[in-house]
Design a binder for this molecule. Structure first.
Ligand code: GLU
Length: 488
């Protein structure tokens, strides 16, 4: 029987979930779901200073929002916990002892100043900064002396000399590193906390991870990790390093290029479906030409073979387009619900709205939802449906409003509205058509001035939607401001 696939997402909780991290999580999740495997969420919080529970919460919230749920790990538990590294110190200790005993690791008493001086000296010579092994062969007496001086040791891994390390990467093919360039690296810091490169090996191994899918920035860590697997006689997982995400100018994606945290996209009114769809296409190429994929379709279609080696360029226009698509495809009820907090924030609606107001609001949202690319744009688009003061600022709009036919057009509209039993978009649409016919005017001479008179702007929602949803009273109010002569 084939081994069950077990993958993990192992963020360091040192900030909000990043777009790149979300993509790694997604690829892992897709592979797990596709193969009925396990997807594990592990928190790598060994950087005590920079890790925070707030970041951990943010990461979990963002993953859940995206629909990336873990079936093992932090919060949900599982057979190989704990799933937070700072709760696993006893586990690491056992493996460190093994390495120390077998001579694969040693205590290093060099001070930070000594290490810094060594780095500088190597860099000045144009060499790779690395630890040259001063403490590699200390005698017990020398060690005692250092301890007496009060020095606190770190534990370093003894990197073998002249070894070629080959990573058989599922995305990048074979990638080769020479051990001589590596230098003995720290696996346990002086406060007893393991470093990432060590803890990750012990965790991936004891959690029976079969595939490690992570960002390319970790590729240079992998040879170190492989050396630890080798020293401990453990079987390494398969590795897949996915390419960096670049900004449009082809430099590494950073805040300069737009938001980098998932929560920013959530707050800006993106739908999780759109972000998931977009992230999947960042580095993975579907077999079909299609670009729209639901999570279920992604699970169906995903394969590591179709993950590209070259970097992916973050294209905001495409994300906007996808988001607009998902907004159009979503029900009016869903988009109205999502829009409510944004409308509240803008002061357009109060905290509790009546069923009638809700009904009206959803019609208004329905009238503009095809125009927006994010939920946060909705207040700007629906503002014009709420009672407002009209001011005409644009010169061209002023000219349109001053047209000789305008007062008559407005008068006819008013009388039709006054006489009609029911005002709804269809009935108003009919009225507007009748006006053009009755007054023998081209559409432009009817629609444009009315739009300007009722909104102050030359662009906006469909005129019949606007008139129907603001209703007769507000039509009067607005005309009283822009065409006072028509209000008797
Ligand atoms: N804690 C590491 C990070 O957040 C995980 C890297 C890995 O997946 O091994 O970058």
């Amino acid at each position: 029987m084939l081994e069950k696939i077990r993958v993990r997402f192992a963020p360091s909780p040192t900030g909000p979930l990043h777009i790149g991290g979300a993509r790694s999580a997604l690829f892992n999740y897709l592979l797990a779901k596709k193969t009925n495997g396990d997807f594990i969420l592990r928190i790598e919080d060994t950087d005590l200073e920079r890790s925070s529970l707030a970041s951990e919460e943010n990461i979990k919230q963002s993953l859940r929002w995206l629909g990336i749920n873990w079936n093992e790990g932090i919060d949900v538990g599982g057979p190989f916990g704990p799933y937070r590294q700072t709760e696993r110190l006893d586990i690491y200790r056992k493996y460190v002892d093994k390495l120390l005993e077998a001579g694969f690791a040693y205590r290093c008493y060099c001070t930070e100043e000594e290490i810094a001086a060594e780095r500088e000296m190597l860099m000045a010579k144009g060499e790779l900064p690395r630890y040259l092994g001063k403490c590699r062969c200390l005698t017990p007496e020398q060690e005692q002396e250092y301890v007496k001086q009060g020095r606190k040791p770190v534990i370093r891994f003894r990197v073998p000399e002249n070894e070629t390390i080959i990573i058989e990467d599922l995305v990048r093919g074979n990638v080769t590193f020479e051990s001589n360039g590596i230098g003995d690296f720290v696996i346990i810091k002086s406060d007893g906390i393991p470093t990432y490169n060590f803890a990750v090996v012990i965790d991936d191994s004891t959690m029976h991870i079969t595939h490690v899918i992570r960002g390319e920035e970790h590729l240079s860590n992998t040879p170190r990790q492989l050396l630890i697997y080798q020293a401990l006689g453990l079987k390494p997982p398969k590795f897949a390093h996915i390419s960096l995400i670049l900004g449009k100018d082809r430099s590494k994606m950073s805040k300069r290029h737009g938001s980098t945290s998932v929560v920013n996209y959530q707050e800006a009114g993106f739908l999780p479906e759109a972000l998931v769809n977009y992230l999947a296409l960042l580095g993975w190429a579907p077999e079909k030409e299609e670009e729209i994929f639901s999570m279920d379709e992604l699970i169906e279609e995903f394969s590591l073979e179709r993950v590209a080696k070259n970097p992916a360029v973050f294209d905001m226009d495409k994300l906007n387009w996808l988001n607009g698509y998902y907004i159009r495809e979503s029900s009016v009820e869903k988009i109205t619900e999502l829009a409510i907090p944004y409308l509240r924030k803008e002061g357009l609606i109060s905290d509790d709205i009546s069923a009638q107001e809700y009904q009206w609001l959803s019609q208004v949202v329905g009238a503009i939802k095809h125009k927006v690319v994010s939920i946060s744009q909705i207040p700007a688009y629906v503002k014009v449906f709420f009672p407002m003061e009209i001011s005409v600022k644009d010169e061209e709009a002023k000219v349109i409003l001053a047209g000789e036919q305008v007062s008559q057009v407005a008068r006819v509209l008013l009388s039709k509205l006054e006489q009609s039993e029911e005002i709804n978009p269809a009935s108003v649409k009919k009225m507007l058509k009748e006006i053009t016919k009755e007054l023998k005017l081209g559409g432009k001479l009817v629609y444009m001035p009315l739009r300007v008179a009722l909104t102050g702007e030359m662009h906006g929602p469909e005129l019949h939607d606007l008139i129907a949803f603001i209703g007769l009273k507000e039509v009067r109010n607005r005309l009283a401001q822009t065409l006072p002569e028509v209000i008797s």
